[in-house]
Design a protein around this ligand. Structure first.
Ligand code: BES
Ligand code: MN
Ligand code: ZN
Length: 481
């Protein structure tokens, strides 16, 4: 997508205007013919600015699209971003090639030009590479946008969009095309493209490094596990060192504690944390952010087989702690345990991990809010602040519960990997805490539930959402300020 400033000499085949209900009562000034058409549509109540409404008005030359933002008091930047994306998506699907986007009357919303960039970057995305393109295939045709709010932030917004698409593209791939080594290949390619370093620990190296937890999880699959470490170093000496760690279970069958089929479906999505880390690393490099950023992808395929790890097994993790396996389906916390230990060894200022970790988190918060756990209030404040700008919502859950902590003790080992059903998301977070070195500010994002969508909505296409990429990028971007 190309986005640039509107200068009255370009000719667009589609015009997109976003209006709140109040704007319809008192139309902002638009030029020439458009002003007449708008006031006619509004006075006939063909368009009232109702939230989510989108009308398409064919004109002699081209098409006018009007998108409603609802009442002014309820309108947010996030709603604007969604509406922009929906409007542009509709243009691209209706054979529009060049769009003019008129939104300068919304300039009071901080981040408007940024949102335009994100929407422009995201509107054309769908995961359709496996569909054979027959005669009824309607390609997305929009390639160029002119707008009255374009500025440098728009370009930053587009880079945020690219980072999200990078994550979504891999996350949407099924388990037959992405396994741990595939993730390593993608990471190496990314590193080469941006001059980052990439170190991959294969099964031999994992053994030599004492990574007993990730090895156990990967042991049932013919596709062996990988720990992938990407490093981004900015040109100027950075003030902060951040590690992002993503769960990369390329398919979660549950292992010997096999999932019922209805729960196994969608488990190709159990690698979204790791895909997000790739997206974040791409974004950080593309934007040239001023922080040293380490990205860890902790990848394995959780499969049942004769070589799989078993319930009752006792394994030793990287930091020396022993874990009794109560349930092979609680594998995410195991692969993360080893990765969090390795990340801790770098002594970063901050560690953020992202994982589709527990069904319990989805039960607690639903499918539009992610769980946030942290050992540091300042870090929570900054993440929530970033998320208020990106529109991704997080809800803090407790990282403290004496009874649950007590129940984590095993009679034979240091820890058991899973406990009773109640408080399952807290149990998992407390388990992870055992592998983060003291003194490091750490946040854990449980993105089970928000990582995939079955319906298109706003900035989201069907499939992977890359939820968390925007907020992490925004958090890292603001660190230097
Ligand atoms: N990957 C799942 C969690 C999950 C559930 C993600 C639903 C997305 C949607 C995880 O590995 C898992 O199986 N967790 C178990 C833990 C239990 C065995 C303690 C769960 O949540 O049921
Ligand atoms: Mn599982
Ligand atoms: Zn899992």
């Amino acid at each position: 997508m190309r986005i640039s400033s509107r200068d009255n000499t370009q000719s667009a085949d589609s015009v997109l205007v976003l209006l709140r209900e109040e704007d319809c009562q008192n139309l902002p000034p638009f030029d020439g013919e458009l002003a007449g058409i708008l006031s006619a549509l509004v006075s006939r109540k063909d368009f009232t600015g109702k939230k989510g409404s989108l009308i398409r008005v064919p004109l002699v030359e081209g098409c006018l699209y009007l998108a409603g933002l609802g009442k002014k008091e309820k309108c947010t930047l996030s709603a604007i971003r969604d509406s922009l994306t929906q409007g542009l998506r509709s243009i691209g699907r209706n054979r529009g090639h060049v769009a003019e986007v008129l939104i300068s009357h919304l300039n009071e919303y901080d981040g408007l030009s940024f949102a335009l960039g994100e929407a422009g970057g995201l509107c054309g995305y769908t995961f359709d590479k496996y569909k054979t393109k027959g005669n009824d295939y309607e390609p997305f045709t929009l390639t160029e946008i002119f707008s009255d709010v374009f500025d440098d932030d728009t370009l930053t917004g587009m880079k945020f969009a690219d980072a999200q698409i990078f994550s979504r593209e891999i996350a949407n791939e099924p388990g037959c095309s992405v396994w741990p080594e595939t993730m390593a290949v993608k990471a190496r390619e990314l590193a080469d493209e941006y001059g980052m370093t990439c170190e991959v620990w294969d099964e031999t190296r994992l053994k030599a490094e004492g990574m007993g937890a990730i090895l156990a999880v990967g042991s049932g699959s013919k596709n062996p596990p990988r720990l992938i470490h990407l490093t981004y170093k900015p040109k100027v000496t950075p003030s902060k060192k951040v590690a992002v760690v993503g769960k990369g279970i390329t398919f979660d069958s549950g292992g010997l504690d096999i999932k019922p089929s209805s729960f196994m479906l969608t488990m190709k999505g159990d690698k979204t944390g790791a895909c997000n880390v790739l997206g974040i690393m791409k974004g950080v490099a593309e934007l040239g952010l001023n922080a040293e950023v380490h990205g860890f992808l902790t990848c394995a395929e959780n499969m049942p087989s004769g070589s799989a790890f078993r319930p009752d097994d006792i394994i030793t993790a990287r930091n020396g702690k022993t874990i009794e396996i109560d349930n092979t389906d609680a594998e995410g916390r195991l692969v993360l345990a080893d990765a969090l230990s390795v990340a801790s060894e770098l002594k970063p200022d901050v560690i953020i991990d992202m994982a589709t970790l527990t069904g319990a988190c989805v039960v607690a918060l639903g499918k539009s809010r992610a769980g946030l756990f942290a050992n540091d209030d300042g870090l929570v404040g900054k993440i929530l602040e970033a998320s208020s700008r990106t529109g991704e919502s997080f809800w803090r859950l407790p990282l403290e519960d004496d009874e649950i902590a007590e129940s984590m003790k095993s009679p034979f080992a240091d820890l058991v990997n899973s406990g009773e059903r109640y408080g399952g998301a807290i149990y998992a977070a407390l388990f992870l805490k055992e592998f983060v070195a003291d003194g490091i500010a750490w946040a854990h994002m449980d993105i089970a539930g928000v990582d995939f969508r079955d319906k298109e909505k706003g900035v989201y296409a069907k499939g992977a959402t890359a939820f968390g990429v925007r907020t992490c990028l925004e958090y890292i971007k603001e660190l230097q300020a």
